[in-house]
Write a protein of this length. Structure first.
Length: 194
């Protein structure tokens, strides 16, 4: 795996992890409304759920690569389409902050990740687009998914840590931030299909 591919894997992972998604928005909203201490159970649920979902993604990709290896080539293109749609969505999206959050339970954060389609597509696309061509063992796929879950958890911590500050900055500069992120995602597609 070349440094260029690894670099684009990390760019893709960082952008996907840091952009607003259900977990990040819920974490931001919770810390803004309840603070760190009351929100801790929910945050830990989000983190643990992230790791469990990425382990599921590693099992899925390993199973497909073992039993249906020809499908991976197709999945790579599906992943490229997903990243393209994500780039377009990010470029033209406006921030939405939902203030209806009433509960901060561990289970709410944990189960949110199981219905968070973004992180499934994130994990599967990262493996099929960047990793599986170079590493096919389950241990390697799992290691990359754990890296993804760690990056995702760090991104959620950033949303938590910056709380209202991030919300204000993003709300003020969302258009140039979104365009830059979208362009970086288009570069990721190029490296994936090259």
């Amino acid at each position: 795996m070349s440094g260029y591919i690894i670099g684009n894997f990390f760019i893709y992972a960082l952008i996907n992890a840091i952009t607003p998604g259900p977990g990040n928005i819920l974490a931001l909203n919770t810390v803004s409304n309840y603070g760190w201490k009351k929100g801790k159970p929910l945050f830990f649920g989000i983190f643990i759920g992230y790791y469990v979902v990425q382990i599921i993604c590693a099992i899925f990709v390993y199973g497909v690569s073992t039993f249906l290896p020809n499908v991976l080539g197709i999945m790579k293109y599906i992943g490229a389409v997903y990243i393209f749609v994500l780039a377009i969505h990010i470029a033209f999206s406006k921030p939405k902050i939902d203030n209806s959050q009433k509960s901060t339970s561990f289970l709410k954060g944990f189960f949110l990740q199981f219905v968070n389609v973004k992180i499934y597509l994130f994990g599967i696309t990262a493996l099929t687009g960047y990793v599986i061509e170079y590493y096919k063992s389950f241990v390697a796929l799992l290691a990359f998914e754990l890296v993804i879950a760690t990056i995702g958890s760090i991104a959620t911590l950033i949303w938590i840590g910056l709380g209202m500050l991030l919300k204000k900055v993003y709300l003020k500069y969302y258009l140039p931030i979104n365009i830059i992120l979208a362009l970086l995602l288009l570069e990721c597609i190029y490296s994936m299909l090259k």
